[in-house]
Design a protein around this ligand. Structure first.
Ligand code: HEC
Ligand code: HEC
Ligand code: HEC
Ligand code: HEC
Ligand code: HEC
Ligand code: HEC
Ligand code: HEC
Ligand code: HEC
Ligand code: HEC
Ligand code: HEC
Length: 354
């Protein structure tokens, strides 16, 4: 009902505006230059106004709302400012200078001196400055610091909540007591991007998952060791809804990101391919050909018997040796004939032949 009334009012409003427009020419005829000038917005070429409106643009938007972090272990401490920290932490400050946080916080602090720099992450510093050895008086992010883990991550998450970190809470890394600083070191530039604790993403993960990195050294592997891929192509270390920390809803979706041709659609589908690529492949590396979990023909024989195979009668022993080896088992074995193993659209029918 109200909507209807609103539409009616809208229609009438438009009609009135139309009438007013029709009446305009006569109004114009009576206006002087001064009348017109008065209707125009004031022009001020001094630049003062431009400066005023520039202040409304935030100097460094992500940092414009930065505030001094909470530190319950130093409840009465007050902020002391960056200069005081630098007085004792010259070296750390120099390393910090070229990081994205330093650039952003310094730009924001220049536009608004109330924006803290070091104390955005480390909390108010007065108690620590008076008693540097006092435990927990400054927010620390190392394992030896007295600051509880939850407090450490909460400090970073005040600005970095959501997005990739939507599922941080409850993730396997959060539950295993990892802190942001296990993988990130915002105090210096060790990596090209991402403020990582080590030189690269793979090195960062290898701190704890070196066994997985080693698997990429096997005979067949995707080019991770060669630097063409990284663990985060498939995993989200900040947490995800799919175990184990996969970026997509299923294993197959992860693989389709790069192997899109395996998605199909196929007229003749191979059931295990649709179900899960890991039925036949391992993601991190294999000593078999093509990342397979077992060599062909054994891989296929886990599910298929030879019974009913067209040339079954020729080689009843079904072995790859002897005077008349079974051609189904030599060389590329089953794949010689069933080459389109991921599914096929070939007119030759549903047996995945070339
Ligand atoms: C009077 C000198 C002094 C001032 C001022 C000072 N610090 Fe420190 N800070 C130290 C010393 C000394 C240590 C090492 C304490 C120890 O090892 O027990 C330290 C340790 C730290 C740590 C490591 C603590 C931990 O638990 O891991 C951080 C972080 C820190 N300072 C940050 C700051 C910040 C931020 C400021 C400015 C708000 C600041 N400091 C001001 C002397 C100072
Ligand atoms: C973006 C958040 C952030 C800002 C801003 C920041 N720090 Fe840090 N700081 C950290 C983290 C995280 C660590 C732990 C790094 C690690 O894993 O060794 C740290 C560690 C430190 C340490 C201890 C180093 C050690 O080896 O124990 C000192 C001292 C320190 N910061 C001083 C400063 C000073 C001084 C400033 C300002 C010039 C500053 N920080 C600004 C996040 C920050
Ligand atoms: C005051 C807000 C604020 C706080 C607190 C903060 N950050 Fe940031 N951080 C930013 C902004 C803004 C950027 C730059 C924009 C972006 O990449 O989202 C950034 C960038 C980053 C990046 C990406 C750097 C890159 O090269 O792409 C990482 C990693 C990061 N922060 C980690 C941390 C960690 C770890 C902490 C806690 C120790 C922390 N941040 C605390 C605001 C903050
Ligand atoms: C297990 C390691 C690990 C932990 C723990 C971790 N990160 Fe990251 N983070 C990474 C890696 C690796 C990247 C680089 C991802 C990329 O380049 O796509 C990254 C990227 C980021 C980025 C920049 C890209 C983005 O997603 O916006 C921010 C910001 C960030 N992390 C913040 C955090 C915060 C805050 C925490 C703590 C709550 C945290 N990280 C904990 C490994 C980790
Ligand atoms: C500080 C050590 C540490 C670092 C660094 C680390 N992880 Fe982990 N990660 C763990 C722990 C601990 C677990 C839990 C292991 C377990 O329960 O078997 C885990 C679990 C995982 C799992 C899930 C395993 C499962 O069985 O569900 C994946 C996937 C994973 N990490 C990937 C990564 C990636 C990718 C990186 C780098 C961005 C990384 N981790 C960096 C310690 C670490
Ligand atoms: C091509 C995608 C891909 C890449 C790249 C990748 N993973 Fe995985 N990862 C997976 C899949 C899929 C699984 C699930 C395996 C399963 O269920 O058997 C997995 C499982 C895991 C697990 C838990 C099981 C195990 O094998 O221990 C960990 C931990 C892990 N990955 C860490 C890493 C690390 C660290 C890297 C980088 C060195 C990495 N992954 C690179 C896809 C990938
Ligand atoms: C980020 C991209 C990416 C993702 C995601 C990815 N791959 Fe790969 N994969 C590659 C690249 C690149 C190669 C190497 C291609 C080449 O050398 O021609 C490769 C090669 C392969 C090979 C052939 C290996 C060999 O030795 O011949 C197999 C099998 C494979 N991937 C399976 C998978 C499976 C299964 C998944 C999902 C768990 C997956 N891939 C996810 C990029 C990816
Ligand atoms: C029934 C077992 C099986 C399943 C399931 C399977 N594959 Fe394969 N895959 C193979 C075999 C066997 C080869 C080797 C083919 C050859 O050497 O001609 C292979 C080879 C590959 C290759 C390298 C050669 C090529 O064709 O590009 C890629 C990439 C690949 N598979 C990706 C996938 C992906 C992605 C999935 C899931 C959608 C998947 N595979 C599911 C058996 C399987
Ligand atoms: C995890 C079990 C599994 C594995 C491993 C497997 N398959 Fe299959 N395969 C199936 C299922 C299930 C079907 C569908 C059967 C049906 O529709 O009656 C199928 C269908 C086929 C068909 C078509 C049969 C028909 O009657 O249309 C061929 C040919 C085939 N597979 C060959 C292979 C080869 C070659 C390998 C090894 C590279 C292999 N399969 C590995 C489960 C598997
Ligand atoms: C010399 C070529 C050749 C080789 C090697 C071969 N096959 Fe076949 N396969 C065929 C032909 C031809 C058919 C039947 C086609 C038809 O009936 O339309 C067939 C049919 C099948 C069927 C469907 C059987 C049915 O009952 O309908 C399966 C499953 C199968 N093959 C699996 C395998 C496996 C597993 C291997 C490896 C151990 C293998 N094949 C090796 C040529 C081959």
């Amino acid at each position: 009902m109200t909507r209807h009334t609103a539409t009616l009012a809208g229609t009438w409003g438009r009609r009135l505006a139309l009438l007013a427009l029709l009446a305009l020419p006569s109004v114009h005829a009576q206006q002087t230059r001064e009348d017109l000038a008065r209707q125009l917005p004031a022009s001020d070429l001094s630049g003062a106004q431009a400066q005023r409106s520039a202040r409304q643009f935030l100097a460094a938007p992500g940092f414009a709302l930065a505030r001094v972090a909470d530190n319950p272990l130093a409840a009465t401490a007050t902020p002391v400012g960056e200069k005081v920290c630098i007085a004792c932490h010259q070296l750390e400050s120099e390393h910090f200078t070229h990081t994205v946080h330093a650039l952003g916080l310094h730009a924001a602090a220049k536009a608004d001196p109330a924006i803290p720099v070091c104390e955005t992450c480390h909390g108010p510093g007065s108690a620590h400055a008076q008693d540097p050895a006092g435990k927990g008086l400054i927010l620390g992010f190392t394992r030896s610091s007295a600051t509880p883990l939850a407090q450490q991550t909460r400090t970073c998450l005040t600005c970095h909540e959501g997005g990739a970190r939507d599922h941080w809470a409850g993730s396997i890394h959060q539950r295993n007591d990892l802190s942001c600083s296990d993988c990130h070191n915002p105090m210096a530039t060790f990596s090209g991007e991402g403020l990582l604790a080590k030189r690269s993403i793979n090195d960062t993960c290898a701190q704890c998952h070196n066994d997985v990195r080693m698997e990429f050294g096997r005979r067949s592997h995707m080019p991770l060791a060669e630097g063409q891929m990284s663990c985060v192509d498939c995993h989200n270390p900040h947490g995800s809804l799919t175990a184990p920390l996969l970026k997509t809803a299923t294993v197959n979706e992860t693989c389709y990101q790069c192997h899109a041709e395996k998605r199909g659609p196929f007229l003749f589908e191979h059931a295990p391919v649709r179900q899960n690529c890991l039925t036949c492949h391992t993601p991190h590396g294999s000593n078999q050909h093509a990342l397979l979990v077992a060599p062909v023909p054994f891989l296929c024989q886990q599910c298929h018997s030879q019974l009913g195979h067209p040339n079954d009668l020729l080689t009843p022993q079904s072995l790859a040796n002897g005077a008349h080896p079974d051609e189904r088992l030599i060389g590329r074995a089953c794949l010689t004939c069933h080459a389109q193993i991921h599914g096929s659209n070939a007119p030759s029918g549903p047996k995945f032949h070339e």
